[in-house]
Design a binder for this molecule. Structure first.
Ligand SMILES: [Zn+2]
Length: 294
């Protein structure tokens, strides 16, 4: 388990490189966690460690969106209220009736072994994959508390603002902690990976809107869905890169340049940060999706 001490009151854990970051926020009322990663036992341990460190109980769990790498550890929080956007709640309900139903979760876990090459490109070992696949205790439940646009929780000194941003997926939310000057982005933002334009094509504009709205906040540190916490400057560079990408793709499309040529344009490869992602196929797919909607 990799731990990042972000501020006096915020600790981030990465329990598996396949799963999401897990954030612990220490408030005067108790501990609030954001996302759970993929591994039930590991997130349970992180929660216990944090309760010991801060000498407080856990009071709630916030989910940024309904993707399995962020919610499969949720069993370790069934004793506290779970909070999510209304869209995330609906998505989980829908998944419980479809791909999570019956032996669906087992099949999803088994699927991870099918992507060894893909994960190898991300620097993830076979042992790490096996740790995820071999789990038998994953349970998903519908969040009890939801909101449509924005929800503020906590006290005046420890205000936590959760906002729907809908970029990475239409149910995605970001979490802002003004007193800590920290923004938790879920998968709206990654670090050291190819710039993310994935997600539903209709949400690309939402994503850019979200990046712009963050620049109006007072943020020093950004905690991405995956990868280490980063300075806000990185986000500004990302926003500029994304705007440039939209502009270039739009211009080329207007000139009737075919999509296969567009993805070869050198200007679209000058990323805003270092990429440790050796497989560029996702970026190409993102550009293709963008080309279709612009
Ligand atoms: Zn994720």
């Amino acid at each position: 388990m990799e731990i990042f001490n972000v501020t006096k009151n915020i600790v981030v854990a990465n329990t598996s490189n396949i799963g999401s970051n897990i954030v612990c926020v220490n408030t005067t009322d108790g501990l609030i966690f954001v996302d759970t990663g993929l591994i039930v036992e590991e997130v349970k341990k992180f929660r216990q460690d944090m309760e010991k460190k801060f000498g407080k109980k856990t009071i709630s769990l916030i989910l940024t969106h309904a993707h399995q790498d962020h919610i499969f550890g949720m069993k370790s929080f069934f004793d506290v209220p779970i909070i999510a956007t209304q869209k995330c709640k609906e998505k989980i309900k829908e998944r419980l009736a479809t791909d999570f139903a019956g032996d669906g979760i087992r099949k999803i876990l088994n699927n991870y072994s099918e992507f060894k090459e893909y994960f190898a490109n991300m620097g993830i070992s076979e042992d790490e994959i096996a740790e995820v696949v071999n789990q038998t205790d994953i349970v998903v439940e519908i969040p009890q508390k939801d909101f449509t646009k924005e929800l503020a929780i906590g006290t005046k000194e420890n205000k936590i603002i959760i906002t729907i941003s809908g970029g990475h997926s239409l149910d995605s939310a970001t979490v802002y902690l003004p007193s800590e000057k920290v923004l938790i982005t879920g998968d709206e933002f990654y670090h050291s990976q190819v710039p993310l334009l994935a997600g539903a094509p209709e949400s690309h504009e939402n994503w850019l809107k979200a990046l712009k709205s963050w620049e109006k906040l007072d943020v020093d540190i950004v905690i991405p869905g995956h990868g280490s916490p980063i300075d806000f400057e990185y986000v500004t560079n990302a926003r500029k890169f994304v705007e440039k990408t939209f502009k270039i793709v739009r211009e080329l499309k207007e000139k009737n340049v075919k999509v296969d040529e567009v993805i070869k344009d050198k200007r679209l490869k000058e990323y805003y940060g270092k990429s440790n992602w050796k497989d560029p196929s996702w970026w190409k797919e993102s550009l293709k999706a963008l080309y279709q909607i612009l």
